[in-house]
Design a protein around this ligand. Structure first.
Ligand code: ZN
Ligand code: ZN
Length: 460
């Protein structure tokens, strides 16, 4: 039996820019190609140089978030012969995400932050033509040829719904009689739109699993339903005192989940017809959610978010001029409040004003502006961006857990169910990875629990 080699192409053990190389049965597969949200230029790229140019046989994309797709055109430039596989929803969403990325990079160049964008609109247009959408639960080989149930191939690939955002998948690779499963980002529980992941339940040889939430236990008695009621009550309390509520969130996934939640609040009488603002990118991505509503696994397939919720769009120059007014929700990206984004610049008027509120609803890198604000005590000082002076933190704050990532308890249960011989821990900050490493080592003493050092090939 031939060996399997796994190489972590990220630069550090963290969530930044995901990219992994899997050599199996003489084929080289590259899993995802992200971009680090906190860095610019080459520093934001994965370590693509660790594998020779032109050596990849196929590229597999788990979903359209920036930390998985953001450097795909750069990887494709290096491997011009490799087809790129993803779901149809991921294809449409990634197209929008990458063009948006070009706009952001171009702006940074104009401001002197970087010397040139990593890729152009034209290159994205060319890249999209090489993308090959594949449905869920359909086996195919590295050339994209569909395989019949009785047909085998040296390497076969199959996508499973990951329940994280629209189009997200876990990828099952079968080769040489072994099974390798890469989870991508997962949510096992139902969200407001997405339904929980439907993953393979049989035993696996190798499991490459995300560990985002490994650093915290789910509080006793936590349910999404009660968390929703807590958010609705908190928004009403802010409105009652005349405050505006700023919710920094990812344009892709969290925006649509919250719009669906606000719709349900209105239907249940928990929230009035208050104005809801979202960003321009959020609107474009919501259009894709609406367009694909009946064709993708999700809840509420008939809910057309843009019509039912009718959010206002903050875009372009008008965004900066949108006034901050009480009784309004500003649900704008980025979720980590990265410098130069709408939520970062908008927060400047919110942070030091006790009359308004800032609510967090998902993950933030601890070193991002959102992560730093969350770690600062009331009255402490934070700096949103080098352009702005440090400012005191005086607004009201709230934290809510509507994570699109699986709880560590559910990830642990899944690993125990499929009992992989080797578990490779990825997509987590160091404390999260450490918890999984020690917990799973105790749960499965016969299994190897591996933390792949960036750049070091692991023979499996
Ligand atoms: Zn994601
Ligand atoms: Zn991710």
């Amino acid at each position: 039996m031939g060996g399997i080699t796994f190489t972590n192409l990220t630069r550090q053990v963290e969530i930044g820019a995901n990219c992994y190389c899997l050599d199996v049965a003489g084929q080289r597969l590259v899993l995802d190609s992200g971009l680090h949200p906190r860095f610019d230029g080459d520093a934001a790229l994965p370590n693509h140089r660790l594998i020779p140019d032109g050596s990849a046989d196929a590229i597999l994309l788990s979903h359209a978030h920036q930390d998985h797709v953001g450097s795909l055109p750069v990887l494709m430039r290096r491997h011009p012969g490799a087809p790129v596989f993803m779901t149809e929803a991921t294809r449409q969403l990634s197209d929008v995400m990458l063009h948006n990325s070009v706009n952001v990079m171009t702006k940074k160049c104009e401001e002197g932050v970087t010397s040139q964008p990593l890729f152009t609109h034209r290159e994205v247009e060319q890249a999209v033509k090489r993308w090959r959408p594949v449905p869920l639960h359909t086996r195919f080989d590295v050339t994209g040829e569909r395989l019949r149930a009785d047909e085998s191939a040296d390497v076969s690939i199959e996508f499973f719904d990951a329940g994280h955002i629209l189009g997200s998948v876990g990828t099952l690779i079968r080769a040489e009689g072994r099974t390798i499963f890469y989870t991508g980002d997962i949510q096992f529980d139902d969200q407001s739109i997405m339904q929980g992941a439907r993953f393979p339940e049989h035993e696996l040889d190798v499991l490459i699993i995300e560990t985002t939430r490994g650093d915290r236990a789910t509080p006793e008695g936590f349910t999404r339903a009660s968390e929703e009621l807590r958010l609705a009550a908190a928004i009403r309390a802010q409105f009652d005192r005349g405050a505006a509520v700023l919710i920094p969130l990812f344009a892709l996934g969290k925006t649509q989940e919250l719009l669906a939640m606000f719709h349900s609040f209105r239907q249940r009488g928990l929230l009035g017809q208050c104005p809801i603002y979202i960003g321009g990118l959020g609107t474009k991505l919501t259009e894709i959610y609406d367009k694909l509503a009946g064709q993708t696994p999700r809840q509420k397939p008939n809910l057309d978010l843009l019509h039912a919720v009718a959010p206002f769009t903050m875009a372009g120059k008008a965004a900066a001029a949108t006034p901050l007014k009480g009784g309004r929700i500003y649900a704008i990206s980025s979720g980590m409040m990265t410098e130069k984004t709408l939520s970062n610049s908008f927060a400047r008027n919110v942070l030091s004003d006790p009359a308004h509120a800032l609510f967090f609803v998902g993950y933030a890198d601890p070193l991002s502006p959102a992560g730093r604000i969350r770690a600062t005590a009331p009255g402490g000082t934070v700096q949103l961006s080098p352009e702005f002076p440090p400012q005191p933190l005086r607004c009201e704050r709230g934290e809510f857990n509507f994570s699109a990532h699986a709880s560590r308890e559910s990830l642990r249960a899944y690993v125990n169910q499929v009992r992989p011989k080797k578990v490779i821990l990825v997509h987590g900050d160091a404390p999260a990875v450490a918890w999984f490493r020690s917990t799973l080592s105790a749960d499965l003493p016969a299994s190897e629990i591996l933390t792949p050092t960036p750049g070091v090939a692991l023979e499996l």
